[in-house]
Design a protein around this ligand. Structure first.
Ligand code: G
Ligand code: G
Ligand code: NA
Length: 255
């Protein structure tokens, strides 16, 4: 359709913009870092969320190119924040499978970091469970190890909603599990979701991984998570994803 056709040229026309959502300490509300979230600034429809256009993006090449454009924007923004003596903490990039497993994806990110005088530890990576649909498991593991050896921590996004099994948790080098916002939304409504959250928090702790909750929209949710032992989160209760210039206000708070 028309939208899909327009999407194919969106990277070249520089139509993707990046919004940032703070990851915060659930006890204090202080920011610990940010997640970069792409938006498509469509010429007539305005800003579109990835949930709307990613499913229309055909082929790993387009998604890879878009994400590299996102990474370049993130690095430029990070450089400017650091120059202004802010301490943003690491920025998480949502990395599609194609960039995770290709040597060239790693090299492109490395050169973007170099150009902006940044380090690998200025970034973190989030991957969704669909990377496990890929059959080249050993290759994936090797790629993940390479990122980690350079100081990048890797989060498994939307945990428990996709294709990951407990085997993947055992065999792949994740630093962090992200509790899907679907479970968080059920806090106070559905005790089964609450028990699943408790189990994910225990699992993270027992495996020595950090645990992050997403989609926190209420004080009740914040409190439940904190009492359950999850100390980091993000969501509208703290801040919506926001453009670069608004991030500066956030950065005036202590880390
Ligand atoms: O529609 P919504 O904003 O909820 O979708 C968010 C999801 O879109 C994220 O969880 C992530 O998986 C994906 N996403 C966001 N930004 C990027 C990006 O820069 N690259 C890729 N590949 N996926 C992204
Ligand atoms: O898991 P993923 O990376 O897809 O999640 C990020 C998406 O979730 C972003 O598109 C962001 O706009 C959205 N999001 C962030 N915080 C909240 C929230 O508190 N509630 C809801 N419903 N969506 C949120
Ligand atoms: Na994410």
């Amino acid at each position: 359709n028309e939208l899909a056709a327009a999407l194919a040229g969106a990277t070249d026309r520089d139509e993707f913009v990046v919004h940032y959502q703070p990851k915060v300490d659930l006890a204090t509300g202080n920011h610990l870092g940010f997640e970069a979230l792409v938006r498509w600034n469509h010429p007539t429809l305005g800003l579109l969320a990835p949930g709307v256009f990613l499913p229309l993006m055909k082929g790993p090449r387009l998604i890879g190119d878009m994400t590299l454009a996102v990474a370049r924007t993130v690095c430029r923004d990070l450089k400017a924040w650091k120059k202004a003596r802010f301490t943003p903490g690491p920025v998480a990039i949502n990395l599609p499978e194609a960039l995770l497993i290709n040597e060239s994806g790693f090299e492109m990110l490395a050169s973007t970091l170099r150009e902006c005088e940044l380090h690998w530890h200025d970034l973190t990576i989030e991957v969704t469970e669909d990377v496990f649909l890929n059959r080249h498991a050993e290759h994936m593991r090797t790629s993940m190890m390479r990122f980690r050896e350079h100081g990048v921590s890797i989060a498994l996004d939307d945990f428990g909603t996709g294709f990951a099994s407990l085997l993947h948790l055992r065999d792949f080098p994740f630093d962090e599990l992200k509790i899907d916002r679907g479970f968080v939304a059920d806090i106070g409504q559905d005790s089964r979701s609450e028990q699943i959250i408790n189990a994910i928090i225990d699992l993270s702790r027992n495996l020595g991984k950090r645990c992050i909750a997403e989609g926190i929209e209420t004080e009740t949710q914040r409190q439940f998570l904190l009492e359950a032992g999850c100390t980091i989160g993000q969501g509208y209760w703290f801040a919506r994803p926001m453009p670069c210039r608004e991030v500066r206000e956030w950065l005036k708070q202590p880390m």
